[in-house]
Write a protein that binds this ligand. Structure first.
Ligand code: HEC
Ligand code: HEC
Ligand code: HEC
Ligand code: HEC
Ligand code: HEC
Ligand code: HEC
Ligand code: HEC
Ligand code: HEC
Length: 430
């Protein structure tokens, strides 16, 4: 009741403001020089309904180019009581004018973020607010494309929307390219627990130099790479790296020990069964492009990256540095595989009960925090937190992440997992 009263009041107020503006605005509009925001009825009313939106839009290139509210939201909603008729833009809306950027985006990994999130076996067990409600996983993975049906459902279910994807780096309604070129544009998502690229970058010499350049301590011409310079050269919206997030790939390495370790990790990911044969989950991996499956797919982004480094470093230096990242993956895989085998043996010997519903007779790393026992919990944090940091820190020139938050923790994890496995065996008498 109170709510309805409030709405009526708001509408009356809006109408009054709109009226007041409509008396003065048309004259302004007629005399206004080109490049000035045209005062449409949408703008007039929304000046009081949501002044922040209007101010942002007025500061945008869109306003200067007559791309107005109705261009993106349609003009079916014209009154205060018909808000649900406003169209919520999707990348298709932007594609009407920015076809090339949308085509690039579609080819990159960001486009697959929603699919990848939904593909996780533990996704259905999470509170809805964190998923489709966009507060947790969905808050970052909303950057991905959604199906027509998913978009309808999201709109119907209410707030959040997250249909646009394109407002992730140049946010609405300024849609500023300058904002998107700054590393801060990536920060909200590329931070924290399992992918602290922001923390690693901003404390690396690359990031520190960028900060000092912004502060005017270093000259504006000083070399300081941004995330975008390395990952979106020439503004290419198709982001993808060689190793990606999971850092497993095909073909298997020639190094026999590494190949065996990677096979164990693929079993932990449920992509290979305990006998080493591909499972149904491999299809999900392919669908979300979770791993590069051929040498060529791995090499193309690598060569592009070397080219990016060469703007400031020698080719020898660049290849040498990237090689160290590859080697850190090999070494981290050693410890990770040892730990996985330790826990798999507990299943095999009947010390730990294999949880019902696990795809494979192997600890399932993709259950994340749904893992049932402390030793299995340690296994997934070892994978998702510490293995990630060890190699991501190496690639991002962050000695602290590579060592203390990465490698050192991995060694500690393995020690603890071994000790805990021993205890469990003693208790079970096996
Ligand atoms: C007479 C006032 C008025 C006019 C004219 C008007 N709007 Fe609105 N609009 C509103 C109100 C009120 C809301 C609901 C605000 C709320 O929920 O807080 C709204 C909501 C919206 C929303 C959000 C919809 C949602 O689901 O969240 C969009 C987008 C929008 N308007 C765009 C437009 C566009 C485009 C036009 C012009 C074609 C327009 N508005 C004209 C008053 C108006
Ligand atoms: C270039 C396209 C574009 C233009 C122009 C545009 N919008 Fe939007 N608008 C968007 C996008 C994208 C979203 C976010 C959709 C989502 O979350 O899925 C949005 C969301 C909104 C929302 C609802 C979400 C919120 O934050 O409350 C309102 C209200 C809104 N726009 C009003 C306006 C008004 C008023 C104008 C004109 C002054 C306008 N828009 C112009 C693209 C645009
Ligand atoms: C009707 C055509 C049209 C639509 C639809 C449209 N834009 Fe634009 N957009 C433009 C024009 C025109 C410019 C200005 C181009 C210029 O300055 O060279 C522009 C500029 C931009 C810029 C660069 C701004 C800057 O700071 O230089 C971004 C980013 C952008 N649009 C994003 C979007 C997004 C995201 C959407 C969809 C939500 C969208 N646009 C929808 C026409 C459109
Ligand atoms: C709204 C959240 C969000 C923002 C903002 C964002 N990203 Fe992402 N990014 C993601 C998600 C989620 C993924 C994983 C998508 C997948 O692979 O399914 C991802 C993946 C990537 C990848 C691909 C890694 C691989 O698997 O090869 C790169 C590179 C990347 N982002 C760079 C950037 C850069 C650079 C920026 C800033 C200009 C940025 N991202 C902004 C959420 C975001
Ligand atoms: C803070 C933002 C954020 C949250 C919250 C988040 N993710 Fe991510 N996710 C990302 C980013 C960024 C990447 C890409 C990281 C990289 O490549 O280093 C990613 C990568 C992934 C990938 C791998 C995609 C690929 O192609 O390699 C999956 C799967 C995934 N996330 C699922 C989830 C699930 C499920 C949740 C919730 C339990 C979740 N994420 C929570 C940002 C987030
Ligand atoms: C991961 C961050 C990110 C996402 C997501 C993103 N953009 Fe961009 N966008 C950028 C960056 C960075 C630039 C600046 C490129 C440059 O000038 O080097 C940019 C620039 C633009 C421009 C300005 C003109 C130009 O072509 O350089 C347009 C238009 C644009 N983006 C449209 C889109 C559309 C449409 C989408 C959704 C399909 C989208 N962007 C999604 C980061 C992003
Ligand atoms: C100096 C270049 C450079 C800068 C700056 C940079 N990266 Fe990276 N990034 C790399 C390299 C190299 C890799 C590993 C590529 C490979 O797989 O071979 C990488 C990998 C990634 C990945 C995939 C997982 C991983 O971490 O290995 C993501 C996501 C990512 N970077 C995001 C970002 C974000 C976000 C920023 C800014 C906060 C950033 N990067 C800054 C060079 C850079
Ligand atoms: C825009 C210029 C620029 C680009 C591009 C760039 N770097 Fe750098 N990089 C620098 C500068 C400047 C330093 C600081 C040099 C110093 O400490 O004296 C640096 C430092 C480093 C360091 C720290 C070790 C050292 O030399 O002090 C590493 C490692 C590194 N870069 C690797 C890379 C890699 C790998 C790439 C490509 C993925 C890359 N950089 C791309 C400018 C760049």
């Amino acid at each position: 009741m109170v709510r309805r009263l409030f709405l009526v009041l708001a509408v009356a107020l809006a109408a009054a403001v709109a009226l007041r503006h409509s008396r003065t605005a048309p004259a302004q509009e007629e005399t206004g020089e080109k490049g000035k925001a045209k005062a449409s009825s949408c703008v007039m009313c929304h000046k009081s309904i949501s002044p922040g939106v209007v101010a942002d839009w007025q500061a945008s290139k869109h306003a200067q180019n007559d791309v107005d509210c109705a261009t993106c939201h349609g003009d079916d909603h014209k009154s205060a009581s018909s808000a649900e008729k406003a169209r919520i833009p999707t990348p298709e809306t932007c594609a009407e004018c920015h076809e090339e950027r949308v085509a690039q985006f579609r080819k990159g990994k960001h486009a697959l973020a929603w699919v990848a999130m939904k593909a996780m076996p533990m996704a259905h067990a999470q509170p809805v607010a964190l998923m489709d409600g966009m507060k947790g996983c969905g808050g970052c993975h909303k950057i991905g494309l959604k199906s027509e049906q998913e978009m309808k459902d999201l709109r119907r279910e209410g707030a959040g929307y997250g249909l646009a994807s394109c407002d992730a780096c140049h946010t609405r309604h300024t849609f500023s390219a300058a904002e998107a070129r700054d590393p801060a544009a990536c920060r909200t998502c590329h931070m924290g627990f399992d992918h602290p690229q922001w923390e690693m970058y901003s404390s690396s010499k690359h990031g520190v130099r960028h900060e000092l350049r912004k502060d005017g301590v270093l000259p504006a011409t000083a070399a300081a790479p941004t995330c975008q310079q390395c990952h979106m050269p020439e503004g290419d919206h198709a982001v993808i790296t060689s190793w990606g997030f999971l850092a497993v790939r095909l073909p298997m390495p020639e190094d026999k020990a590494w190949a065996a370790d990677r096979a164990t990790i693929l079993q932990g990911l449920g992509v290979l069964d305990p006998e080493g044969k591909p499972t149904a989950r491999l299809e999900a991996v392919k669908a979300a492009n979770l791993a590069r499956l051929t040498e060529e797919e791995w090499k193309a982004p690598r060569e592009r990256m070397v080219k990016a480094c060469r703007e400031c470093h020698s080719e020898r230096f660049a290849r040498g540095e990237l090689g160290k990242g590859d080697d850190m993956i090999r070494q981290a895989d050693r410890l990770m595989a040892e730990a996985l085998r330790e826990v798999a043996a507990l299943y095999r010997d009947g010390v730990l009960a294999k949880p019902a519903g696990y795809a494979a007779a192997f600890p399932d790393l993709l259950q994340f925090h749904e893992s049932p026992t402390p030793i299995e919990q340690k296994l997934w944090t070892m994978f998702l937190e510490h293995r990630m940091r060890a190699f991501q820190g190496t690639f991002h020139a962050s000695p602290d992440y590579a060592l203390w938050y990465g490698w050192s923790e991995l060694v500690r994890d393995l020690t603890e997992i071994r000790a805990e496995a021993k205890d469990l065996r003693e208790k079970a008498g096996k």
